[in-house]
Ligand binder design. Structure first.
Ligand code: 5GP
Length: 214
């Protein structure tokens, strides 16, 4: 690498770091002002993320994920319905690749040739199956998983299971809100998987939400 290219690369890297910082702060501010810790475990963010959706904010999150994984050769973005969809849409749009969302439950209308994984929902305390048609992921794919929350890791494990069944490669995982006091994130990092979480909640309770410094 000659000197000027090296300088350019450093500048580009700095811009990415600054952008990341801005996106993280945007999201954290919304969590601080509109997020509600229902108890020490569950964070309600239905004002902007998973019921009413702030399209501009989630688009900025998608831009951050796309920047983080732009050099990883992503061929498809994979998420699970419903809350992962806007984030996956925006990420895929920027990476110029399709996105696929796993459907929950049994879906006779998508055929029988399916990858399926069982998953336990932390918030609903129930088990469900997530399914993806075999038409949409195959061994030549390099998959980026995107989701809104990472808690115990069941949703990500289900999606990783589907990637494995397809014989595809996993290039990483992008999460809007990781709850750092639950084990999902740590377990993924221990496996050496690239995990980009925009906001990591370290601790929360009635009236307070503390973020991890990143
Ligand atoms: P995990 O499977 O990692 O235990 O939990 C992730 C999934 O559960 C996400 O897809 C998300 O929909 C849901 N989830 C987990 N924790 C929370 C939370 O604190 N608030 C909300 N709104 N959803 C959560």
């Amino acid at each position: 690498m000659n000197f000027s290219i090296a300088k350019l690369k450093i500048k580009e890297y700095n811009v990415i770091v600054i952008l990341w910082g801005v996106f993280m702060e945007l999201l954290k501010n919304r969590i601080r002002t509109e997020g509600i810790a229902l108890n020490s475990d569950i964070l309600k963010v239905d004002m902007f993320l998973n019921h009413q959706v702030d399209a501009e904010l989630l688009d900025a999150c998608g831009e951050a994920f796309a920047k983080a994984f732009e050099n990883d050769g992503v061929t498809k973005v994979l998420t699970v319905e419903a809350s992962g969809i806007p984030l996956a849409f925006s990420t895929a749009l920027r990476l110029k690749v399709p996105f696929v969302f796993a459907k929950k439950g049994s879906h006779s209308n998508i055929g029988t040739d399916l990858y399926a994984a069982d998953c336990h929902s932390f918030t609903k305390n129930m088990d469900y199956a997530m399914v993806v048609s075999k038409k949409f992921i195959n061994a030549s794919d390099n998959i980026l998983i995107i989701d809104d929350f990472l808690a115990n890791g069941a949703a990500c494990n289900g999606l990783m299971n589907i990637v494995e069944q397809a014989g595809a490669k996993l290039c990483g995982i992008g999460i809007a809100i990781e709850k750092g006091f639950q084990p999902g994130g740590e377990n993924i990092r221990k496996k050496g998987i690239k995990l980009c979480s925009l906001a990591i909640v370290e601790e929360m309770g009635k009236g307070f939400i503390k973020f991890r410094e990143q």
